[in-house]
Design a protein around this ligand. Structure first.
Ligand SMILES: [Zn+2]
Length: 138
């Protein structure tokens, strides 16, 4: 991961959140895979988009499904870091307002601010109600 331009203070904080999440994910995989974390870091750094999980199959006790899920999460984190590098991370995809750091800490892949998310959920709810009318409406 290389970011060439100078990051704002907020972007630096967000990057730190993402890197923390990334390290947590790598640790989880290392624990599940019972692999030395340094080996795993090298593997992940060299091929984040096509992490070779074949080394896991040597040990049948390992839950590959769970590891794949963590791997998926790591990929999402990488993409978020790429977006941050391009200046496209951390603002609401709908209204363009910056998403609060607290929210991103809890949900690093949040695409919408709380308001837009709520509106979206309400719309979804309305749509569900419309397709399944209440008894009184029939
Ligand atoms: Zn918004």
């Amino acid at each position: 991961m290389q970011i060439k331009r100078k990051l704002t203070e907020r972007e630096q904080k967000l990057l730190q959140i993402l890197i923390n999440e990334r390290n947590k994910g790598i640790q989880e995989i290392a624990q599940l895979a019972k692999t030395d974390i340094h080996d795993l870091k090298t593997i992940i750094d060299s091929a984040i988009d096509e992490l070779d999980l074949s080394f896991l199959n040597q040990n049948k006790e390992i839950d590959c499904t769970l590891i794949s899920a963590y791997n998926e999460k790591l990929k999402n984190i990488e993409h978020a870091i790429d977006r941050l590098a391009e200046g496209n991370y951390g603002s609401c995809q709908k209204c363009g307002q910056p998403i609060p750091e607290k929210r991103l800490e809890a949900l690093p892949f949040a695409l919408y601010c709380v308001n837009c998310q709520k509106k979206k959920e309400e719309k979804n709810k309305e749509a569900t109600q419309r397709s399944y009318p209440m008894r009184e409406e029939i």
